[in-house]
Design a protein around this ligand. Structure first.
Ligand code: GDP
Ligand code: MG
Length: 183
């Protein structure tokens, strides 16, 4: 029997309150969707083991507990992050405009060694509510924001539905791959 080295990757999910961060994590880890998640006190994480590129990887996914609305999240939340998921809601324009602030906040708080190379991905959630969509798929606006606001860097963008489980696993797989390439 060969012993395989286990890799633990810390994944942080950021974005405005209500975009579906907790729902994405719950769908990915527990395959469930609830209409309401109770905010608990303090930061929390869930883990899930996946295999990428023949490597077993444990994703430790850190979610906020609602405190993103009114206060900063604290150093422990950001410490040792291997990658960061920036989430917006495709029915909420403001949540997209706020992504650059979330990215800046992450870089300030986490103090990562190489901000230019740090793996970020962007998730546009709630694509199942087609009738309320405000951000067209891969729109010019989105490209402008990702290019200017993110310093000319192009981060992968995934459109998801935590409710209908569309693209959620695919997004986390890419996150894991990007983080592994940093090792
Ligand atoms: P958070 O504050 O970013 O953690 O957002 P939540 O995960 O608590 O979700 C906020 C609300 O949006 C809840 O009522 C969820 O049920 C709903 N929600 C989350 N993801 C989706 C989605 O993909 N589609 C739809 N239709 N609703 C969603
Ligand atoms: Mg939440």
């Amino acid at each position: 029997m060969t012993l395989r080295k286990k890799t633990l990757l810390k994944v942080i999910i950021l974005g405005d309150s209500g975009v579906g961060k907790t729902s994405l994590m719950q769908q990915f880890v527990n395959n469930k969707f609830l209409h309401q998640y109770k905010a608990t006190i303090g930061a929390d994480f869930l883990t899930k083991e996946i295999t990428v590129d023949n490597k077993v990887v444990t994703l430790q996914i850190w979610d906020t507990a609602g405190q993103e609305r009114f206060q900063s999240l604290g150093v422990a939340f950001y410490r040792g992050a291997d990658c960061c998921v920036l989430c917006y809601d495709v029915t909420n324009e403001k949540s997209l405009n706020n992504l650059t602030s979330w990215k800046d906040e992450f870089l300030v708080q986490s103090n990562v060694a190489n901000p230019q190379d740090f793996p970020f991905i962007i998730i546009g959630n709630k694509i199942d509510i087609e009738e309320s969509r405000k951000i067209p798929s891969l729109s010019k606006k989105l490209n402008n924001i990702t290019n200017q606001g993110f310093g000319g860097l192009n981060y992968p963008v995934f459109e998801t539905s935590a409710k209908d489980s569309i693209n959620v696993e695919a997004a986390f797989e890419v996150i894991a791959k990007m983080a592994l390439q940093q090792e």
